[in-house]
Design a protein. Structure first.
Length: 273
C-alpha cells in the first residue's frame, strides 16, 4: 500500500521523529507521484532495484509491489524501526549505511545488473550519482529525483547553459535526460526548490584509451575560468600544436566541447603509452 501524507505524519509521530534538515530529508507524500516514478522506471518482477534514502518507505513500498528484488540503503539509524514496520515485511532488504562509503560489491551481491530508483537527499545528490558511476558498475541505470538545477547540470549537453564539470564527468559513463518535473507540494516537508526526475543509462566508454583523471583535470582547469577562451585558461597545459592535433579551436570556451572533443584534447596532451 502506498503511503499517504497522513500515513507518513502518523508514522513519524508514533516513532517520535521529524524529517532531518541536516540529512536533506523530504519524504515523498503523494501516491500518484510515487506510482508515476515506478511506472517511468520500467521495473518489474525480474528487476534488481536499489534505493538510496528510502526515508519512511513511501517509494519503497511501491517498488516492492512490482515483485522486484529491492535493497534500500538508509543512513539515518532513527528511521530503521520505521522501515522495519513498512517495508521489511514486503521482502525489502534494508542496509544501514552511507551510500558514499558503502562497499557496493557486498551490498548488491553477485547479481549482474541493478537499477537505482531513488529520491536522493538534495545536499549530496550529485556526489552520489557521480560516485556510483565510478564505483558501482553493476548499477546500469538510474532514475533519480534531484533538485532541478542539479538535474539540469547532470543532463546538460555541450553548448547548453547548465553544462559544466558534472555534465562532462557524467558523460564519461552514461547518457542522461530529464524525464519529468516534480512540484514541491508532493513532499513532506515541502522543499523550497523544484525537483526533476533524471534518467541515466550506462554506455560504453566514449574515451577509450584516454586517462579519465587526466581528462577531468583539464576540464576542471578550463571550467575554473569558463569565461576565458581555452587558449588562455589552458595556456600552461595545451600548446597551439596540441589544439590543432585534437581539432579544437583554441578560441572556444570550455562549455562548447563535448565529451569526444575533451577526449581528443586529452589524447593530444597525454598520448597513450
Amino acid at each position: 500500500m502506498t503511503l499517504t501524507r497522513r500515513d507518513i505524519s502518523e508514522l513519524l509521530e508514533r516513532h517520535g521523529l521529524e524529517p532531518s534538515r541536516a540529512l536533506g530529508q523530504n519524504f515523498l507524500a503523494d501516491p500518484n507521484t510515487v506510482r508515476r516514478i515506478v511506472r517511468l522506471s520500467g521495473i518489474d518482477a525480474t528487476s534488481n532495484v536499489v534505493e538510496i534514502g528510502p526515508g519512511v518507505g513511501s517509494l519503497t513500498t511501491e517498488l516492492a509491489a512490482t515483485g522486484a528484488h529491492v535493497v534500500a540503503v538508509e543512513l539515518d539509524r532513527h528511521l530503521l524501526p520505521v522501515l522495519a514496520e513498512t517495508v521489511e515485511p514486503l521482502g525489502v532488504r534494508v542496509v544501514h549505511g552511507d551510500a558514499l562509503d558503502l562497499e557496493w560489491a557486498d551490498a548488491l551481491g553477485t547479481d549482474r545488473s541493478w537499477q537505482l530508483v531513488a529520491n536522493l537527499p538534495y545536499n549530496v545528490a550529485t556526489t552520489i550519482v557521480l560516485d556510483l558511476l565510478d564505483h558501482a558498475p553493476r548499477i546500469t541505470s538510474m532514475l533519480v529525483m534531484v533538485q532541478r538545477e542539479v538535474g539540469e547540470r547532470l543532463a546538460a549537453s555541450a553548448g547548453e547553459r547548465a553544462y559544466g564539470i558534472p555534465s562532462v564527468k557524467r558523460a564519461l559513463a552514461a547518457t542522461a535526460s530529464v524525464v519529468a518535473r516534480i512540484p514541491a507540494t508532493v513532499f513532506l516537508p515541502q522543499p523550497r526548490v523544484e525537483s526533476v526526475l533524471v534518467r541515466l543509462e550506462r554506455r560504453p566508454d566514449p574515451a577509450p584509451g584516454v586517462d579519465h583523471e587526466a581528462l577531468m583535470d583539464l576540464v576542471r582547469v578550463a571550467f575554473g575560468q569558463r569565461r576565458k577562451m581555452l587558449r588562455r585558461s589552458l595556456a600552461d597545459r595545451v600548446s597551439h600544436e596540441q589544439f590543432a592535433a585534437a581539432g579544437i579551436d583554441p578560441a572556444d570556451r570550455p562549455e562548447r566541447l563535448d565529451i569526444a572533443q575533451w577526449a581528443a584534447l586529452t589524447a593530444a596532451v597525454e598520448p597513450a603509452g
